[in-house]
Ligand binder design. Structure first.
Ligand code: AKG
Ligand code: FE2
Length: 334
């Protein structure tokens, strides 16, 4: 293309352009600007289309290819050397992004469930009020009520849980947050996680939910459609995240998870439409543990990236030379 004089666009002088040509040129500019916007993590997190989210993910994987390669190797050695027999053959199938297992007899899970129940009972006895968002009250969170000494941190950093997560990602994960929520299940909030949605943090992540109370149809069960049943929306290039009615998925696609305290659900909340805590007659206490890859939108994209980094486990004092724990805490390979 020659660029001489003043007005050459699309290789032609300005006078020779039709309004259509100008619209095309403007459109090309706009789509370039939109793809530049994927460098703005806050924008992608809050407003990105599915296409922009995928582009950001691909870009982060490219920029962080060394961290991904190191974490892929770590996942293999971890699964070979560290696996817990109770979940060694448990898998979260890639096509579903969803699976559950009853671990109520496992000592780590039992300790975690009683710790959370005691924390909640203590808070209620003191008359504490919880901060809340829509259908969920936040009872306790990583680095405040749950320190590095908590049973929940021991569980969240154990091969029992980290093993299946590493196997699902194919890379050793980062633990980005964990906490305890209370669902009162007494009202329906249209703009809440009671309606089907995807989480915004990446194109794939795992949330591990542990029921602290027994959960049935009347106590706000967690529910999700497998990734294969959520794909039409996950792959819709222009879709911008928003709450959906259940009719967005095929009849029968939504799985509802009932189980006693100690039931553990693994859900890729970026790939699976999910919801929970709908109206019922009993409260639900549930732990949520969040695992990400280095491509997630809370991590810096490059050295000196000025945008704020979101890592809700930063105050957990895990000063250690254990390479797995360091990687898990996001101290290495990010
Ligand atoms: O409360 C629930 O069951 C849903 C929670 C949820 O959407 C989430 O943790 O991402
Ligand atoms: Fe969610």
């Amino acid at each position: 293309m020659t660029m001489s004089g003043t007005g050459y666009v699309l290789g032609r002088p300005l006078e020779a352009l039709s309004p259509d040509d100008i619209r095309h040129a403007a459109h090309a500019q706009l789509s370039m600007l939109r793809s530049l916007a994927i460098f703005d993590r806050q924008f992608v997190l809050a407003n990105g289309t599915m296409r922009q989210r995928q582009r950001y993910h691909d870009l982060a994987r490219t920029i962080k290819s060394e961290a991904f390669a190191a974490r892929a190797e770590m996942a293999q050695s971890y699964l070979r050397d560290m696996a817990d027999p109770a979940t060694a053959s448990f898998v979260v199938p890639r096509e579903d992004g969803l699976s559950s297992i009853d671990l109520s007899d496992h000592p780590l899970v039992r300790a975690t469930v009683s710790e959370s129940q005691a924390l909640y009972d203590g808070a209620v006895a003191e008359g504490r009020t919880f901060s809340s968002k829509g259908s969920l009250d936040f009872v306790a969170a990583a680095s405040k009520e749950f320190t590095e000494k908590s049973a929940l941190f021991a569980l969240a950093s154990s091969p029992l849980i980290v093993g299946p997560v590493a196997a699902y990602f194919g890379v050793f994960p980062i633990l980005t947050g964990f906490g305890l929520t209370l669902a009162r299940n007494d009202a329906f909030h249209r703009k809440s996680s009671q309606r089907l949605h995807f989480d915004p943090e990446d194109r794939s992540q795992l949330k591990v939910f542990v029921y602290v109370t027994d959960v049935d149809a009347r106590s706000g069960p967690f529910m999700a459609a497998p990734a294969s049943e959520s794909k039409h929306l996950f792959d819709a290039p222009e879709f911008i995240l928003d709450r959906q009615d259940d009719s967005i998925v095929a009849p029968g696609a939504i799985r509802e998870f009932h189980g006693k305290a100690g039931t553990v659900i693994f859900c890729d909340t970026c790939r699976c439409l999910h919801a929970g805590a709908r109206e019922g007659d009993r409260h639900r206490l549930m732990i949520s543990i969040e695992y990400n890859m280095p491509s997630h939108l809370g991590a810096a994209l490059y050295t000196d990236d000025p945008e704020p980094v979101r890592l809700r486990t930063r105050a957990i004092k895990a000063e250690t030379s254990d390479p797995y724990l360091r990687a898990l805490m996001g101290q290495t390979y990010i």
